[in-house]
Write a protein that binds this ligand. Structure first.
Ligand SMILES: Cc1cc2nc3c(=O)[nH]c(=O)nc-3n(C[C@H](O)[C@H](O)[C@H](O)COP(=O)(O)O)c2cc1C
Ligand SMILES: [Fe+2]
Ligand SMILES: [Fe+2]
Length: 400
């Protein structure tokens, strides 16, 4: 049975939700599921904007059939070819033999790599090209690396709808509620949106900045992303988040403490640090056990906070492996502009602090505070003093 929603008078959401998938890209947990959004425009021509993951193909095809109501499909606009959106392209071509695909040269190359039979079905477009479907005239804007090199966004100049591809998307299934004003985004969605952006697109901040600059020149009335809610109001809220995330600027002044501890001594040390910070008036603190928290969550929190404290045991003369994984991810996603405090722990040759600092040296604009703490097995009077100095150092650097 179809399940669709009306977006505007002649545009329909024909996507689907996936609540069964445990890991997005087989790596990021999605306990709230994910939506694959696709949109169908009924103009003089009928136009489908992007498709869905193969797992949602059946629902999607029923939705299209229902909305078309016997009409043929004329065009399929493909903004992004990643299989979570592109996997159903060939099935659409088979069912709608007159449909032509409008997309970029790179996207067509990728479709051929995935062995889609698109011969004779393609209409290649470039940035600035336009197409008229009757009442609606659209223009195409390239969006390379948001999130793949072939990506583009499509702007409907008639009604101001922006088909934004992966930009402005979020993890989380749509529980019937499609529009941002039907949900409490800042309460129920922002954490998933942040985790989605930072882990999926976080590496490509400059490319997102380039797209935001282009977006600033057009009059956007609605943003239709490929995942998560459709935006029809309050753009400033989400654009501001995207601007900060893509410039690697923190959203909040606060301290993210990520610790690695086997027997609990390092954990106990950071509990003391957190208490000192709160005592000194800085209570915007988030604390995570690196072994228990999925790295995608740590990455999202890293983009959020201005200050990070890394506390790690020494493990075979190295950084504790899950902490090392987190650092590798942080670097891969281009995290920058953070102030970092370091706590190392060890019983006979503590080295994790020096190693973490060396790792941070290889990243862009990460400031490591001079106040470092070395814990020998367990916090003692002298390391407690170092901890106090670290707490002061963190707070001072916030007031700069
Ligand atoms: C497999 C393993 C390797 C370790 N390697 C080192 C090491 O190279 N240098 C060191 O000083 N301590 C090493 N340790 C000891 C711990 O880092 C140390 O006991 C630490 O204080 C434990 O802190 P925790 O209570 O927070 O787990 C190792 C411990 C284990 C289990
Ligand atoms: Fe993507
Ligand atoms: Fe996607």
């Amino acid at each position: 049975m179809y399940c669709v929603r009306k977006v505007t008078e002649d545009l329909y959401w024909v996507g689907a939700n996936d609540r069964r998938l445990a890991l997005f890209e087989n790596i990021h947990p999605i306990p709230r599921g994910v939506s694959y959004n696709s949109y169908l425009l009924l103009d003089e021509k009928t136009v489908l904007f992007d498709t869905v993951d193969w797992s949602a193909g059946r629902q999607f095809l029923e939705n299209i059939q229902h909305v078309l109501d016997g009409r043929k499909l004329d065009y399929l606009v493909i903004n992004h070819m990643e299989p979570d959106h592109g996997a159903s392209i060939e099935e659409v071509l088979l069912r709608y033999p007159e449909a032509k695909i409008i997309s970029t040269e790179k996207a067509f190359m990728l479709m051929r790599q995935f062995h889609f039979n698109i011969d004779g079905r393609t209409e290649q477009v470039e940035e600035g090209d336009t197409r008229s479907f009757g009442k609606h005239k659209v223009t195409f804007v390239s969006a390379p690396m948001v999130h793949w090199p072939e990506a583009m966004v499509t702007y409907d100049m008639t009604n101001g709808v922006l088909f934004a591809a992966d930009a402005f998307g979020s993890f989380g299934s749509l529980d019937g509620k499609l529009f941002n004003d039907e949900v409490n985004f800042d309460r129920d969605w922002i954490d998933d949106a942040r985790r989605y952006y930072t882990n999926i697109v976080g590496k490509y901040g400059p490319h997102v900045q380039a797209l935001l600059k282009k977006a600033a020149t057009i009059d956007i009335k609605m943003i239709c992303p490929l995942h998560g809610p459709v935006w029809r109001s309050d753009f400033g809220y989400f654009l501001d988040k995207y601007d900060k995330w893509s410039r690697y600027e923190p959203e909040e002044k606060g301290v993210l403490i990520v610790y690695a501890s086997m027997y609990g001594n390092t954990e106990s040390a950071v509990n003391i640090l957190a208490s000192m910070l709160a005592e000194k008036g800085m209570s915007n603190i988030a604390m995570y056990d690196v072994s228990k928290t999925h790295v995608s969550q740590l990455i999202a929190e890293t983009f959020r906070y201005s200050h990070i404290v890394l506390a790690s045991v020494t493990y075979n003369l190295g950084i504790y492996p899950p902490m090392h994984d987190y650092l590798v991810d942080m670097k891969a996603l281009n995290v920058q502009n953070r102030t970092v405090g370091i706590i190392e722990c060890g019983s006979w040759a503590p080295k994790s602090g020096t190693l973490m600092e060396e790792f941070l040296d290889g990243m862009k604009t990460m400031t490591v505070l001079n106040e470092k703490v070395t814990v020998l097995s367990s916090l003692n009077e002298s390391s407690l003093l170092e901890m106090e100095q670290l707490a002061d150092g963190l707070i001072e650097s916030m007031n700069d």
